[in-house]
Write a protein that binds this ligand. Structure first.
Ligand code: MG
Ligand code: ZN
Length: 194
């Protein structure tokens, strides 16, 4: 089976401002640089796959249909900017009362493994871009290359990761810088520069 390289992208704090628990696309401010980042990554041959924890469902702030509608609007915005997203995978669960977790919340690799199965992705040649320690750990759990962005909670995350001795492969100011760095790495698909 042909496999594609992917860039997994966190949503809140990475592609759009992290405003808590938006229930409607009108509450979502997508960073203009995110459109350019996705456009460049697609042009370089990467699948662009959003992986997001939306515990607002588990917490009862909005339901699955509202999140689905928000994500339809989100994908339409990217498509309108000539930057289509390949897929959005969400974990809807709130952390359990006893602290036990589902199998799809980052940093567990569930959503990434599902995406790899459904989209035919080469995880070892893929990247994960996000603003929290769990995003970096998710990338590592998948065997992908983790990139931290300093938007959203990125500055706090950088300090937290350093304190734990965990290093992302790269730290970028934002998602567009992350995309540029990823494309610079080149890689087995031959889409990037040698
Ligand atoms: Mg985030
Ligand atoms: Zn989950």
């Amino acid at each position: 089976m042909m496999t594609r390289r992917a860039v997994f992208l966190d949503r809140d704090g990475t592609l759009n401002e992290d405003t808590g628990y938006p229930a409607d696309i009108r509450q979502v401010h997508i960073y203009p640089a995110a459109f350019e980042a996705v456009r460049l990554l697609r042009r370089a041959g990467f699948a662009t796959v959003v992986v997001t924890h939306q515990s607002g469902i588990g917490r009862g702030y909005f339901d699955a249909a509202e999140l689905e509608a928000l994500h339809v609007g989100f994908r339409e915005e990217f498509a309108r900017h000539d930057a289509p997203l390949d897929a959005i995978y969400s974990c809807p669960h709130a952390p359990g009362p006893s602290g036990d977790e589902c199998s799809c919340a980052k940093p567990l690799p569930g959503l990434g493994l599902q995406a790899a199965r459904e989209l035919g992705l080469d995880l070892g040649a893929s990247y994960m871009v996000g603003d929290k320690p769990d995003d970096v750990l998710f990338g590592l759990a998948l065997g992908a290359t983790p990139v931290l962005v300093l938007t959203g909670y990125g500055r706090t995350a950088a300090a937290a990761l350093a304190a734990r001795g965990i290093r992302p492969a790269h730290t970028a100011g934002g998602v567009l810088d992350a995309a540029a760095w990823i494309i610079e790495q080149g890689g087995p698909s031959g889409h990037g520069p040698v």
